[in-house]
Design a protein around this ligand. Sequence first.
Ligand code: HEC
Length: 109
Amino acid sequence: MARLTIIFLLSSCVSASAADAENGKTLFMADGCYSCHGTVGQGSGDVGPRLAPDGPDLAAVKQELRHPAARMPAYSESVVSDAQAEDIAAYLHSIVKGKPAADIALLSH
Ligand code: HEC
């Protein structure tokens, strides 16, 4: 019984601290990030730089939210919490690079 309790406690700790990419995606849409950075962080020219794949890490995401480099609106802790910023960073890191066009058969016809 004691062992079961320990396993339960350990697993709830892990899930409480693990960033949730799915929630990050929801926040990325709900907080309007997508409107400047594109729905999969692909960027949109001058409006917002590309954030994925191989985008900024969590520290850079938090830095930009709290102290934007230039034109991005700031997002305070009460709008996007640190935990939510972690989820957003997890979403951005979950976005994988697409195949090169040459590897997509349909495009070589
Ligand atoms: C109104 C347009 C706009 C919105 C909305 C916006 N951004 Fe940005 N973002 C920018 C611009 C422009 C930059 C380039 C730096 C600057 O001018 O501040 C930037 C830069 C960034 C960077 C730094 C990129 C790098 O390479 O270091 C991150 C991370 C980022 N944004 C994340 C977000 C997230 C997360 C949200 C939503 C909570 C968001 N942005 C909402 C326009 C926007």
